[in-house]
Write a protein that binds this ligand. Structure first.
Ligand code: MN
Length: 482
């Protein structure tokens, strides 16, 4: 660690540590070492195949352990996957308790820290301009019907042709040739910058950063305003000004401590086939003519590590989900001070289904909260609002609230024909319905009617004290002898 945690009202210094590191992790290597020292890094045999075999192993371990593949496909550069495939790992990387994770992210997004430019950087230890640059990287093929190898954990960094401010995003990048990538640019900031360049007949320079710390990965997914450089949010999350270095072939600056950087240009007036590719909703994104990136240079550390994210895996879902939760929570709290917490459920692909914990103050408020949530992000298609006694991170508890506090004729809100996710195959090209379920108790209900049962002392039981393992063999004998 090279930095101290910033002061934060959400994380008092005397908060119980729960064994977690209390300072943010700032490099990929520190984070991997931490996972290794806590039994959460699996190292495979060498020479695991890059086509499907690597992705299959990473998928089985996703959510339990990160996986490191030495010499994948005989390649000198190792691959890692599953760096942040559980949400509490992200809280740990931030150095906060799970309950403080969303406020911490929102605080960083609202208080970005400018980067510090350095002149020499580990990510430029080796500079290559060979004609077959991409062959130097161990790029895996993930799902069955993917068109081939994809760079899936590449932060694509570009500069606004108008303001010079940077943008960071992750886009799927198909290997289309020895120095050519196909890219799916959704209608967001990178695409906007490219449209400005293309209107003048120019290419848009980009850098693609592979192998970066978990907090910079997370910051890249922030729902930030145009011209907010997400690297400054990464700095705020890390509690330090992020060191960056200028690329060799453009003015773009990239995190100095990154493992691998590809420098290139999105080509004007060029579109070529890209896809299919296995996406977060657990379906394939289609094949169509999309943007093309020509690669000009590759820079890397001497002993670089390549990071891959399994398409549709937990790492993919969690990285997208947490910044959205933080944004939705802040958005709802502005209008509804009774909103305590939100969660985008795993079954709802960390995008579509939102659970909201509400300290309800007036009847009908839950429906207003639903409308606020639908307006907060067009991907949200189902909102379930529950009371404070429901754990929204436990889908069984949310279902219990719906089972016992919801009546469809009275508590259901349906909005037809609204904007949704184009990757949701049940929509008509992104047009679909919204559904809200009010599973809160009526304020006027007698207290006992909706009182959840509880055993006094159940929260204080110490199983290690109260269960006597030594007594088991004798009881097993007695019971067996009967
Ligand atoms: Mn942006």
């Amino acid at each position: 660690m090279t930095s101290k945690a910033p002061p934060s009202s959400a994380t008092p210094a005397d908060a119980p540590s729960r064994g977690a590191n209390r300072q943010p992790f700032t490099t990929l290597r520190d984070w991997l070492a931490h996972l290794a020292s806590t039994g959460r890094l699996a190292v495979t045999r060498p020479d695991v195949g890059l086509a499907h075999e690597l992705a299959a192993i990473a998928k089985v371990l996703d959510g339990q352990k990160a996986t490191l593949f030495p010499k994948p496909g005989g390649h000198a550069v190792p691959v890692v996957s599953g760096l942040v495939s559980a949400r509490h790992w992200i809280a740990e990387a931030m150095g906060v308790d799970h309950a403080d994770m969303l406020p911490r992210f929102e605080h960083a997004a609202a208080n970005p820290l400018p980067c510090t430019q350095v002149t020499s950087a580990p990510c430029q230890d080796v500079v290559e301009t060979a004609p077959d640059l991409l062959r130097d990287l161990p790029i895996p093929t993930h799902n069955e019907h993917d068109s081939g190898p994809y760079i899936t954990a590449g932060l694509i960094i570009s500069k606004s042709p108008r303001t010079g401010r940077q943008n960071v995003a992750i886009v799927r990048l198909q290997v289309s040739g020895p120095r050519k990538l196909g890219a799916l640019l959704l209608p967001r900031h990178t695409n906007l910058f490219f449209d400005m360049a293309e209107a003048e007949g120019k290419a848009l320079p980009v850098a693609i950063v592979v192998g970066i710390d978990p907090l910079t990965l997370l910051a890249s997914q922030a729902i930030a305003p145009l011209d907010q450089d997400e690297l400054e949010i990464a700095g705020a999350l890390q509690g330090r000004s992020l060191p960056v270095v200028k690329c060799r072939t453009s003015d773009i600056v990239v995190p100095a401590e990154a493992e691998i950087v590809l420098e290139g240009r999105i080509m004007p007036k060029v579109r070529e086939p890209e896809g299919p590719f296995g996406e977060f909703p657990q379906y394939y994104g289609d094949r169509a003519d999309r943007h093309v990136i020509e690669i000009d240079a590759l820079t890397k550390r001497k002993d670089a590590i390549y990071h891959t994210i399994g398409g549709g895996g937990l790492e993919h879902l969690v990285l997208g989900g947490i910044p959205r939760e933080a944004t939705l929570l802040a958005h709802l709290k502005r209008t509804f001070p009774g909103v305590r917490d939100v969660h985008l459920s795993h079954g709802g692909v960390c995008r579509y289904h939102l659970y909201v914990k509400l300290a309800k103050r007036s009847e009908g408020e839950a429906k207003n909260v639903m409308m606020g949530a639908f307006a907060g992000h067009y991907d949200v298609k189902q909102v379930i609002v529950v009371d404070e006694d429901v754990d929204i991170h436990d889908p069984a508890q949310v279902e219990w609230a719906v089972a016992t506090r919801f009546q469809a004729d009275r508590d259901l809100l349906v909005v037809t024909e609204s904007q949704g996710s184009k990757l949701d195959p049940s929509t008509r090209d992104g047009v679909g319905a919204k559904m809200g379920l009010d599973a809160t108790r009526p304020l006027a209900a007698p207290e006992m009617k909706f009182k959840k049962i509880h055993v006094p002392g159940e929260d204080a039981v110490d199983v290690a004290r109260d269960v006597d393992d030594a007594a088991l063999p004798e009881w097993a004998r007695k019971l067996g002898a009967g």
